[in-house]
Structure formats: C-alpha cells, structure tokens
Design a protein around this ligand. Structure first.
Ligand SMILES: Nc1ncnc2c1ncn2[C@@H]1O[C@H](COP(=O)(O)OP(=O)(O)OP(=O)(O)O)[C@@H](O)[C@H]1O
Ligand SMILES: [Mg+2]
Length: 338
C-alpha cells in the first residue's frame, strides 16, 4: 500500500486514532533523512509484514535547490540514492537536513546517563563542524585499538596515546565551542517553556578538568591496565544538567523533563540555523503524552516561532481547534486524508 504526504514548510498536524499509522508516517520521514529507523535498530523491521521491501521517495526543498532522496529497504540490504546517485556515506544524507524526533521517550535525554546527551551534542557538532566526523572516527579507532591492547595486556597501549590526544583534543575543542554557544541560547528557551528554574548546563569533557588529555591518559595508565579499558577521554563526556545547588534534576516531573527536552531541541535547531543556515525538521510524535493543555499550547507557540518544519501527531481531534497549524492531515487505517 502506498501513501503520499505533502507537508507544509512550517506547522503540520496529523490526527488519527491509535494504530492508524501516525508513527509509521513519521518513521518514513525519519528514514528519508537519517537512513535508519528510530523504532528499531534494524531498518528492515520497518518493512510491512509479508512484504519483500520498503520503498520511500522524498524531496528535501531548500531555498535554492531540491534534493531527491530514494530509499529501498529489503530484508538484507538498504540502498539510498541522492538525486539518483547511489549514496556511499550515510553522513552525506544526514548532512542535508537536520531532523530530530521528539517521542514519548524523549525525556530520557534528561533522565538517562551521559551517552544519550553526548550523542545529542555530537549530532549538533556534526552539522556545524564538517571535520568533526573525521576526528571522531580517528578517535574511535584509536580508542578501540588501545582498549584491545589493554585487554590483551600486550603493553602496546601507549602507542595509541598520540593519536588519541591529537584527535581527542580536536573533538573536545569543537564540542566546547558548540556548548559555549548552546548555553547562551538555552536559558531563554528554559525560561519560557519551563519557567523560572535554576537549570544550568555544565560541560564535562570526559577527563579531569585541569589536566590535558595527554596527562589524563598517562596518569590513568595503571588504572586502565587493571580495568582493561581506557577510562579518561572525550568518549566519557557529558552535558550535565544541574538543577539548583543540590541538583534535583532527577526529582523533576516527567512533564517538565519533556519541556526541558523540547528546549534542548529548539536550542539546537536555532544554533544550527545561525551557524549553517539550515532549517531543521522536528517530528513530534504524540504531543499529548504527559503534557497538559497549557504546556502543549506553550510548546506549540514556540515551535511556531522558529525556523523549523514541524510535523506533530496526536490522537486528540480537539488539537485541531488550536489555530496555529498550516496544514492538517487525518490518518485512518494507514491512509492519509488531507
Ligand atoms: N513494520 C510493520 N509491519 C507491519 N505492521 C506494522 C509495522 N509497523 C507498524 N505496523 C502496524 O501499523 C499500524 C499503525 O502503527 P503506528 O504505530 O503508525 O500507529 P499510530 O497511529 O502511531 O498509533 P498510536 O496512536 O497507538 O501510537 C499498527 O497496527 C501497527 O501494528
Ligand atoms: Mg504512534
């Protein structure tokens, strides 16, 4: 079964009952921009049961150009084309347009450990700094080589230090520059979305604040040998969210966690727009979940003011009454009704 979807360049609302196909529609948009699914690590799980493959076509419309994207997913391979040319690196697709999804699980960005937030920051830095990916790959490779040497106890771990230091310091520098700008914009979004709370972002680079990466690696060498892996380095970085002196971030309500997450996404979209001119796409799946009517409206007001394309889903037909949408869609039994 095929479906066509022509969203407006700003605010779109998709209404439909449970199981009608709303999340699947967002999944299609996500795959077209990211080349993978957010629902499952295996993209082939997005293929309808009993079908052999999944075909998607999309157009990314920019001020001066349009990029055609084609994705063909079968059970054993995925082929992606950009303007008809077979894609060699997924990053070439991902770079075209920053797309984020806000799902009922997005509050995990606040609640969960460092990895989730570090990935969030890295995704932003990737769009802003074109060389980030090169240094990041170099670092990951050297780190896994060093960890292998530590596990094997072959005393070769320190031949990787130079490479870890040269790529790792660059990675950290780019992240710190990014975070400096992020934390200028973030408080405004927090103030208007969440209110007057003492929320701070603290960038932890992944090794002791006052040492160089080289010192940290050499000082930690004995510990690393005992543990069998490299403890210090940018792979341990975190954007720590701290609430007040006693840091009550873990006590904050689920709804507030969602608003903080929304503020993080909006800050990032704004920053990417300032730095690269790119306008982000924000998919919001099930906006009703755990946001009360007042906060829902506050979030919508914000989304409307930004240079972002927003595609929101909801099961609640009453949301149509909110006048801020440019285009409305109804979804029933997998069919999109304009
Ligand atoms: N890969 C797949 N293969 C077969 N069926 C699928 C697949 N993915 C989703 N479905 C089915 O498609 C239907 C629509 O699912 P979807 O998650 O898009 O619904 P939804 O409108 O988001 O519902 P809800 O409001 O409950 O979140 C469901 O019946 C679901 O089980
Ligand atoms: Mg859904």
């Amino acid at each position: 079964m095929g479906a066509e979807f022509y969203p407006h360049k700003r605010m779109n609302l998709i209404i439909g009952p449970n199981g009608s196909g709303k999340t699947s529609l967002l999944e299609a948009a996500y795959i077209l921009s990211r080349g993978r699914s957010f629902r499952d690590n295996q993209i082939s799980k997005a293929i309808s049961q009993e079908k052999e493959h999944l075909e998607l076509f999309g157009e990314i419309c920019k001020p001066n150009s349009t990029v055609g994207v084609g994705v063909h997913v079968s059970h054993n391979q995925t082929e992606i084309r950009l303007n008809g040319q077979r894609l060699e690196r997924l990053s070439d697709l991902v770079r075209e347009v920053p797309l984020q999804i806000f799902t009922p699980r997005s509050h995990e960005l606040v609640e969960r450990g460092a990895d989730t937030r570090r990935r969030f920051v890295e995704w932003g830095v990737f769009h802003v700094e074109h060389s980030y990916q090169i240094f990041s790959k170099r670092y990951k490779k050297a780190l896994s080589q060093r960890n292998a040497a530590l596990r094997l106890r072959n005393k070769l771990e320190n031949i990787w230090v130079e490479e870890l230091v040269s790529s790792g310091s660059r990675i950290n520098e780019m992240r710190e520059n990014y975070m400096a700008e992020f934390s200028q914009l973030f408080p405004n979004y927090i103030a208007s979305l969440v209110g007057d709370i003492a929320l701070e972002t603290i960038w932890k680079k992944g090794w002791p604040q006052h040492s160089s990466l080289e010192e940290a690696l050499l000082n930690g060498n004995d510990q690393d040998k005992r543990r069998g892996f490299t403890l210090n380095g940018p792979h341990r970085a975190d954007m720590v969210l701290k609430l007040g002196r006693e840091n009550l971030i873990r006590r904050i309500s689920r709804g507030q966690q969602k608003l903080i997450t929304m503020a993080m996404f909006l800050t990032q979209a704004k920053l990417l727009n300032i730095k690269t001119g790119l306008e982000s796409i924000l998919l919001v799946d099930d906006i009703g979940s755990e946001l009360d009517a007042g906060n829902r409206e506050k979030a919508l007001e914000h989304l409307k003011e930004e240079h972002v394309q927003v595609i929101i889903t909801s099961t609640d037909p009453l949301l149509e009454r909110y006048g801020g949408f440019d285009r409305l869609f109804h979804v029933e039994h997998g069919e999109i009704l304009g």
